[in-house]
Design a protein around this ligand. Sequence first.
Ligand code: PLP
Length: 429
Amino acid sequence: MPSLPPIDRAGFPILERRIGKGEGRPLVYLDSAATALVPERVVRAVERFYATSCANIHRGAHALAEEATDAYECAREDVARFFGVQDAGRVVLTHGATESMHLAAFGWAEHALAPGDVVAVAEDNHHANVVCWHQLARRRGVEVAWIPVDGQGRLDYAAWCAVAERGPKLVALAHQSNVLGFRQPALARIMDDARGVGACIVLDGAQAAGHEPFAFDEARVDFYALSAHKMMGLTGIGALLCSECAFARMEPVVGGGGMVERVDREGFVPAPGPAAYEAGTPAIAAAVAWREALALLGEAGLDRIAAHTRALATRAAQELRDVPGVTVLGDASLPCESLASFVVDGVHPHDVGRLLDAEGVAARAGHHCAQPLHRALGAAASVRASFAGYSCEEDVDALVAAVALMADAAGGGKRTGTRAMARQERTQP
Ligand code: PLP
């Protein structure tokens, strides 16, 4: 049965654009994993804020400053409610998932961990959940131990068990990969084991947040990182959700205005609560926008959104796999949650991206900030099609038709079905 978008496409005027050859193709937006489209009502909320309550927060006694402060703090409370965090004081508003993971690394791990401690890092992570641990290794002398993926992109549970025996102090995992569509079958077990050895769990929620229900306090992880722009909010804001125990041991990373209770010649006393980690002027209008996006997602229903994007992404992956010369990355037996990545024999992913663009299909090409994962899968790069609650069946039709045309032209009737392109990439330096 066709899956109807749970989010009304009429709320996104950008979907009326025509692009591609001669600007004659309807826009097929399949890049929501990079950034989701922003609904008109979210744009209106930002306009209203600037038209009526534009001011900086926390520092003024006037009405506009109070309104802006109120809106910003209400955003924190809305995020807490949306993600099942009982105390909004454990929601640190950041500039996005990257900064959130950075804060977990340098606001918590840098002083909670000791030289030689093992930090386990999953190979399907985005660079945002890899580079900060490499940086920590340089700065603090911790050891990064990989939880590798197999050739199908599945986290290798046996390899993890060997790491777990070494008593890792921190485990960095992706709730949802931004390259592989499927949910890691071993994720829950790895998290259970990590709790068993008393490791801090840092879970990157950038791709799962807003796509499915998630209750942070119940999930028993220590840190959960997310970005508003991947859930129909604006760029420039995100959050780090912290467990009570992790939050109690954090220290400020960035110093400056807004994060202190007192400063004198001798030193400073950090402000209580999340303000200690939010130095400088934050993205106030983006916080206002995030509230509106959360309201919209809540009205549409996260269960419906999850079922819808799973249906579209899984169908896209299946139909792409049927196209001769196309290889979809990852285990074919698992459903895709909201995206699928693929390569076309003999056509570089960047060229695939450009050819799709000419057909009006906006997809992402490259390594998607996941070089270790691509290397493990034997490909330097791929093309990613990603879906959101406003995506529709026709988007899948357009994608598959455009890829089939291109693969056919590239194959010239001599398809072997091998991973020629991936092999070619592997041989490059
Ligand atoms: N983690 C994952 C899985 C992502 O897909 C992304 C962005 O693509 C990030 C982290 C980083 O998010 P941001 O660039 O908003 O900080």
